[in-house]
Design a protein around this ligand. Structure first.
Ligand code: FAD
Ligand code: UDP
Length: 382
């Protein structure tokens, strides 16, 4: 009856379902553990009518025109450019830390000297990861690098990951490099925005097709069994000959045979206010204060007008299977090595396609997941 089973209805699963249904004209069963589609990009209206991102703030940004054009088939956009301020020494300064942040925090003479030296050493409009900046020899720049490291990265990273920046793959803190520029935006990608009617509406439009059936509230292991010895699968007790696309945690699929892959989880605490606005930008980071990492006020992102507002505070926590949700793969050499063992297992079976942030153990943004899904279909059609 079905040609494909897709486990998970986040961007990885949903883009593939839509493409398979419309471009390959094949039948798809989607199995989703949660009681809704959309994975971590899901949004909904809270009790005071504010559109919130239930699994933390999601800002769409990409350099890939093809990805933007693809999503634009299912949504119009609120053309939003995200801004983040970080509370440093009692002041709110632009993050990524940039030339404006320097000018706000340091006396004029020192700020001018630092700015000049940064431009001489790295060039204007360049992005320098903090761990790279810390390698400089110059005394003034060394002071600056240590300052940024301690005030912007050390506390935040320790809260978010439970380890220091050095204990993670450099690409993690490299996501938010020091920016030698006066551009205060969080991202510089040419395509940025928030779906005008929300992400959930976008997913609904993608998946509204007669070739797609969705089973919610179901862990796939309840209805689908995969035999690791024969490579055969059973769906609802009958032999299933089609392909299985899996977007959940890779170690769970293989019953943790090589041990658990560490992920990081979060606790989202939402607060409602009977006032129009509580902070000046979409997100305020708290690297040094409190137990949460950041506060996001959704109305900045969504452009919703209301005399009420809702914020979310993010408290990071250890991931415990069965208890909370794995949000972030923890990228370091040891974990990536363990991941590669699982990846080798996937390759043994023609039937299996593993894609997405959890199944590939990659710190993917939404656009990268969508690009990968589109490529799988393009390759297949070719
Ligand atoms: P997911 O969205 O996680 O979907 C996987 C789905 O599989 C889930 O619905 C899950 O319930 C389901 N599933 C798992 N196991 C099973 C099972 N056993 N049986 C059935 N179903 C199962 N990206 C951006 O581009 N911009 C942002 O601003 C941004 N902000 C983020 C903020 C936070 C706090 C987080 C956690 C992520 C953020 N991301 C952002 C990343 C974005 O969420 C991911 O790139 C995207 O969700 C990945 O899609 P996916 O389909 O791979 O995974
Ligand atoms: N980071 C930090 N201080 C900040 C912002 C980011 O230390 O003010 C580090 C931290 O380790 C964080 C990583 O950079 O986890 C990536 O930040 P990003 O905002 O991309 O995280 P995400 O939105 O994916 O949670």
């Amino acid at each position: 009856m079905f040609d494909y089973v897709i486990i998970g209805t986040g961007f990885a699963g949903s883009v593939l379902a839509e493409r398979i249904a419309t471009q390959l004209n094949k039948k798809v069963l989607m199995i989703e553990k949660r009681n809704h589609i959309g994975g971590n990009a899901y949004d909904s209206y809270d009790s005071q009518g504010i559109l919130i991102h239930n699994y933390g703030p999601h800002i769409f940004h990409t350099k890939i025109k093809k990805v933007w054009d693809y999503l634009s088939n299912f949504t119009e956009w609120h053309l939003y450019h995200h801004k983040v301020l970080g509370v440093i020494d009692g002041q709110k300064v632009p993050i990524p830390f940039n030339l404006n942040s320097i000018n706000q925090l340091f006396p004029k003479n020192l700020a001018e000297r630092l700015e000049k030296k940064l431009i001489e050493n790295f060039g204007y409009n360049k992005k320098v990861p903090i761990l790279k900046l810390r390698e400089v020899e110059d005394e003034d720049l060394k002071f600056l690098a240590d300052y940024i490291y301690e005030k912007v990265f050390l506390g935040y990273t320790t809260k978010q990951w439970g380890v220091t920046p050095e204990e993670l793959d450099p690409s993690v803190t490299g996501r938010v490099p020091v920016y030698i520029s006066r551009d205060d935006r969080y991202f510089q990608d040419p395509y940025q925005g928030i779906p005008k009617e929300g992400y959930t509406k976008l997913f609904e439009r993608m998946l509204d097709h007669e070739n797609i059936k969705i089973l919610l509230n179901t862990d796939y292991k309840e209805v689908l069994q995969f035999n690791f010895e024969t490579g055969e699968a059973n769906l609802f007790g009958q032999k299933f000959d089609g392909k299985i696309i899996y977007t959940g945690p890779i170690d769970y699929f293989f019953d943790y045979k090589f041990g658990q892959l560490p992920y990081r989880s979060l606790n989202f605490v939402f607060e409602q206010f009977n006032q129009e606005q509580v902070q000046e930008v979409g997100t305020v980071n708290y690297p040094n204060d409190y137990n949460f990492t950041r506060i996001t006020e959704f109305k900045h992102l969504t452009n919703q007008t209301s005399d009420k507002t809702t914020i979310v505070k993010e408290f990071s926590q250890e991931y415990i299977p069965g208890e909370n949700i794995p949000y972030y793969p923890i990228k370091n050499d040891k974990n990536l090595e363990l991941y590669r063992l699982y990846k080798k297992e996937v390759r043994k079976y023609d039937k299996l396609i593993f894609i997405g942030r959890l199944a590939e153990y990659q710190y993917y943004d939404m656009d990268m997941v969508i690009a990968k899904a589109l490529k799988i279909i393009d390759d297949k059609i070719k």
